[in-house]
Design a protein around this ligand. Sequence first.
Ligand code: ADP
Length: 399
Amino acid sequence: MLILVVNAGSSSLKYQLLNMDDESVLAKGNCDRIGIDGHVSHKTADGRSIDADCEFPTHTEAFQKLVEVLTTGDAAVIESMDEISAVGHRIVQGAEVFDRPCLVTPEIIDQIDDLRELAPVHNHAHALALRACTAVIPATTPQVVVFDTAFHQTMPPKAYMYGLPYEDYEKYHVRKYGFHGTSHRFVSAALAEAMGRKIEDLKIVSCHLGNGSSITAVKGGKCVDTSMGFTPLDGVLMGTRCGAIDPSAVTYVADKHGFTPDEMSQYMNKKSGFLGVSGVSSDNRDLTAAAEHGNQRAKLAQDILAYEIQKYIGSYAAAMNGVDAVLFTGGIGENSWEVRESVCENMDFFGIKIDRELNRQSRGKLVKLSTPDAAVEVWVVPTNEELLIARDTLAVISK
Ligand code: ADP
């Protein structure tokens, strides 16, 4: 059974075609630069590929190209779209409307579009992609939407409410939503399996560290708190995002620079974080290289991240009244032994102790880093959001 997973942004359409019989990826790619000019990159599991400039005035042309590369030419993997059982879409913001994956209808697409005020960069693009997909694929192929926020809908009000007047929640839906939910759900389940324990019995701190980073407290398989908030700007320092700062610093800096609210938002989302603190790069690898050459601000940026993660582990240990395991995932979490080592240093109070040599050798693979005598297990767990979206899609259409 074949499932097509789509992750659409305002100018890109990333996709993976999975064979769910063995959960293997048959092909993946990206129809990029939508609304600018257009480019398709497509790779098959057996090594065939396409890299070409195109014209993508809208998501519809990008979808048509996606169908074309999957079904025709040298890198085709199927003969017809009828071979695909369903399409699963990643959706960033489901707010309080969606707490689980669901089948796409025209009303569901409108509801996702209506949430665009809460996720201006993402939700409208998702709605455009859903409409384009509906126009291009066979009418008989079901589509399913899987929400980044859904996993976090189990947080209690004391965790998701802000200290603003209550009307702002009631009228404007201002609250913590959390993001990366699909990833946190996937890795926490994979960790329970690796530990040979029931997830219902575990207290896990899940650290998804990439260009965007979030930490989630998962108790008994459910999210009880998470570091990202109303938007993905909250929480720890990220590639170009500042993470949590004193709200008064926001108004003060905006005033000093003469920024409009939108400009201030851009400043905190695109010019801050690793990039802003280091002045070097938003990329963790560049910071590690610069720090090795003595760049103090690059080191400072990484120190801030590690320190903030340590504090989240401490606070989530309090929130869950204990921790059984801490896991690292995402581009940084899976690959950067330096960041993992810094996070796990001086954490013996929490029972965290890792095998430093093993940590230094571990990259991108499921592995337990904690020493046998450590009270808390520490693991690297590679994430796979596309696979979970495909599994969810299959589950919804099988109902
Ligand atoms: P996104 O949040 O956009 O999905 P990723 O999860 O791919 O991003 O993470 C990107 C981050 O992972 C970058 O900061 C990059 O430097 C870091 N990263 C990727 N590979 C490595 C590596 N081998 N060593 C250290 N950091 C890495």
